[in-house]
Structure formats: structure tokens, C-alpha cells
Design a protein around this ligand. Sequence first.
Ligand code: GAR
Length: 211
Amino acid sequence: MLRIVVLVSGGGTNLQAVIDAVDAGRITNTEIVGVISNNKSAYALTRAKRHKIPSKCISPKDFETREEFNRVFLEKIRELHPDLIVLAGFLVVIPESMVQEYRNRIINIHPSLIPSFCGTGYYGLKVHEAALARGVKLTGATVHFVDEGTDTGPILLQKAVEVKEGDTPEILQRRVMEEAEWKILPQAIDLIANGKVRVANGAAMIEKEIN
Ligand code: GAR
């Protein structure tokens, strides 16, 4: 069983997609052992409680220094003994010590086709505002492994989504979630849980079934 910890900051629709996929058997060999939010009013925490998943809030705001937050945060993660950490709309920068300790065992869902509209300052609705401002006709979502950079780690899965005339950032965000994020995040976890993913030389590869 792959033990996963899901880190969240907001609504938690990606967390919900993962919970639903586990319940429906679209993600196998996987147990969600914890949900951690940096924001105590995140609706994602309510979703976790409803599904009886242990959850807690740890916020940088409750610590005097970032170092102290990073230390306690890493301790809380370690206590859960995760095989995989899933960033599902988590808006706090992951401490470098955690990236090193969990190398190739942290994935993130980003709401664009990386390397477009990613990096510092591109999160949530801002990504879709930028995509509309640039006038792209296709956008999408990416699941990637987390390294020391912002949205720079090995790409595991991507799915394209059409931009339509009259789209607002909110409409586009919803379409990207429905058509891409809620599909590829569960798919990525299932692939990892079933030993189908290999990361080497900065690239993630999916091993094809040999019948
Ligand atoms: C999602 O669109 C996710 O891709 C994005 O935040 C949203 C969280 O929604 N993440 C980022 O922008 C990370 N750079 P959710 O809380 O409903 O899953």
C-alpha cells in the first residue's frame, strides 16, 4: 500500500478527486494517511474530516521564523511515514530539506502546460488570467515531481484543455480542473502506486505494460 499525505491550502477539489478515485478503485494500492493544510479555514480540511482522514493545520503564521515552521512541518510529515507527498493546491514553498529527504516522492498539480505560465507568482486563478491575457488557444494541467525550483521538476503527466471564446479566468479554471486536473492527479498516483513510474536523469518515465 502506498501511503500518501495530501497537502492543501484551499477548496480541496483535487483532494476530493483523489478521495473519490480511491473509493471508486481508480486509484489502487493507496491509502490517504493524512491531509495537512497551512490554512485553518481551508474547505479541504472539512473534506478530509468527512472522509475520516486524519488532518491538521500547520501555518507559517504561527511560527516566529520560517526555519522554525519548516522544522515542525517536516516533523509532522515524518510522523505520517508517507511514501508519496501530494501537493494539491498547496501554496507554501516546500523546504529544501524536505525536497532532499523525499526526492522523487513529492508530486504537484499545476494548472497549466508547464513550462507555460508557471514559476513564482503563477498559482491558482493568476495562471488562468495570464493564459487568457496571452491569448493561448490551448492550456491544461501538469503533474510533476517537485525539485528545489518552482514548477521545474520532472514532468509526469500533462493534459491539454481548449480555451473558448468568452472564457473568464474562473470559467477556464473550472474547465481545466474538470477536464485535466481531476483526471491526471489520480492517474499519476495510481501509476506510482503500481510501480509504473521511474525517474532518472531529471525525467519521469511511465513503464508500458508488456503483455
Ligand atoms: C488547483 O487549480 C491547482 O492546480 C492550483 O490550485 C488549485 C487548487 O484547487 N495549484 C497551483 O496553482 C499550484 N501552483 P483545489 O484546492 O480545489 O484543489
